[in-house]
Design a protein around this ligand. Structure first.
Ligand SMILES: [Zn+2]
Length: 493
């Protein structure tokens, strides 16, 4: 209501002002004289104002007309018109439809359909980086390796898809067993994407397989940096690689460098048995027996192992059996109940010809863990105590079929290795060998020559040659009283 009143009042005021202005202008004297082409126009002040307003309107209209003309010109040239945009959108829609159908086909395992859809999508979309991916996957699925490889090679040409191409070809080479080329491709893939975990693993495995230890250590470092490896695992694996490096350097005859590398590996992982042994051997060669004892004792406390004991013996090769027995007490002080300690002490007692002492040292191992080594030790004790030959033979016979006790076993494929190595000789896994007892169903191996290294040295034992043991098996079979059970009862008295 008030608003309408204001509007009416404003209208009346405007009319009044205009009328007033008009009459004022009419009353003004003079005017403007315009001289156009010899003709003279005389304008009064009022006509001048109307003329100005008309001029403004004409200029505005002219600009509008010009814009319309430009639009018409563009339309006639066919530039970005609604019609062409419509067709483009239609193509794109068809392309993406084919692409999504192709992906569905891939997910549902229809490789051939996926391939057809991929080529249709390619026709409409003209985006090779999208459709090539689909084609490569579909070709892999249908087992069309040639097509897959071709597509991977096309992916190599584009910066954005190069990694996928390299990885695809690398996997093909890996499955072909062409590890040389696979290694080169893995290096390339690693250079493009250093944080890609799968690439790191493949590269590390191949480098370890090819004994490129320093390269493998770099890859391991990258794994740690990108957070794909816990720090303690990195330390342990770095130690394994450092040790492998040390072994290679030693093979080249560079003993000093090898010693340093072994000491470094031992420092990284004091419980890595072969590293401790190699470091200790270096110390022994330098005459640093104290350091050698220290690293060996540390490793023994983490995991008692016969090789550690053998190296510990090398510290003083010429000592008497009694001296050795005394010195080894320091090594086994912290692990008195470990089977390895018991067997070691029994071996040393046998060497010192204290056979009852050896039996005491073995304790209840013959019942709790009757391994081939324990049974052979019992046989040696029986012989030392002057038991009947048939009794000794009985124990040795039993030893033949007894479990062998802990060995280097691959955690991945359960393959048993006679010696420790950085990679599994069977499945190629890295750092999977651990010293443990194989599963129950493991076939017992005949008693080898390495049974009693501390008693008879590292050569074949003169007491129990393998062939004699073999011959004894036949004898023992029809030798009833020689059964170990009977022998046990006899000796217990
Ligand atoms: Zn393995």
């Amino acid at each position: 209501m008030l608003w309408s009143l204001i509007k009416i009042l404003a209208f009346v005021a405007a009319i009044t002002a205009l009328t007033y202005g008009g009459t004022q202008l009419m009353e003004v004297d003079g005017g403007m004289t315009v001289d156009v082409a010899g003709q003279e126009f005389t304008l009064s002040p009022l006509e001048m104002v109307f003329g100005l307003v008309a001029l403004v309107v004409i200029v505005w209209l002219g600009l509008k007309l010009l814009a319309l003309l430009v639009a018409t010109f563009k339309f006639l040239n066919g530039d970005e018109t609604a019609i062409s945009r419509y067709f483009d959108r239609n193509r794109e829609r068809k392309g993406y439809e084919a692409l999504s159908e192709g992906m569905m086909a891939l997910a549902s395992g229809e490789g051939h359909l996926a391939m057809t859809k991929a080529s249709r999508a390619e026709k409409y979309l003209q985006q090779p980086q999208l459709t090539n991916l689909l084609t490569a996957q579909a070709a892999e699925m249908t087992g069309d390796r040639k097509k897959a490889e071709e597509t991977y090679k096309r992916l190599l040409t584009d910066e954005k898809t190069r990694f996928v191409g390299v990885r695809g070809i690398m996997k093909q080479k890996l499955s072909d067993g062409d590890t040389d080329l696979a290694l080169e491709l893995a290096k390339k893939a690693f250079a493009i994407k250093p944080k890609h975990e799968e690439t790191q693993d493949v590269l590390l495995r191949l480098q370890a397989e090819k004994a490129d230890w320093s390269g493998a250590r770099k890859t391991l470092g990258a794994k740690l940096k990108s957070g794909n490896l816990p720090r303690d695992v990195h330390k342990r694996r770095d130690a394994v690689l450092a040790l492998s490096e040390a072994r290679d350097v030693l093979d080249e005859g560079k003993t000093i460098e090898a010693r340093e590398a072994a000491v470094q590996a031992n420092r990284l992982s004091p419980d890595l048995i072969p590293a401790a042994i190699m470091a200790a051997e270096g110390y022994i060669a330098q005459g640093n027996n104290r350091y050698a004892s220290r690293v060996l004792t540390k490793a023994w406390n983490a995991q008692p192992h016969p090789d550690i004991a053998a190296t510990y013996a090398e510290i003083a090769p010429d000592e008497s059996a009694a001296e050795r027995l005394k010195r080894f007490k320091a090594l086994t002080k912290a692990t008195p109940d470990h089977p390895e300690t018991k067997m070691l002490m029994a071996e040393l007692q046998i060497a010192a010809e204290d056979f009852p002492g050896a039996r005491r040292a073995l304790g209840d191992l013959v019942d709790t863990a009757p391994t081939a080594r324990v049974l052979t030790l019992i046989a040696a004790i029986e012989r030392g105590e002057g038991a009947d030959d048939s009794v000794v033979r009985g124990w040795l016979t039993r030893a033949l079929t007894a479990p062998r006790g802990p060995q280097w076993i691959c955690d991945n494929c359960q393959h048993i290795h006679p010696k420790w190595g950085a990679t599994c000789g069977n499945c190629g896994s890295f750092d999977t060998l651990s010293w443990r007892t194989p599963p129950e169903n493991e076939v017992a191996m005949p008693v080898g020559t390495e049974m009693l290294p501390l008693i008879v040295g590292r050569s074949a034992p003169s007491d129990v040659p393998a062939e004699v043991v073999d011959a004894d098996v036949a004898d023992a079979k029809d030798d009833a009283p020689a059964k170990p059970e009977n022998a046990q009862a006899k000796t217990d008295k």
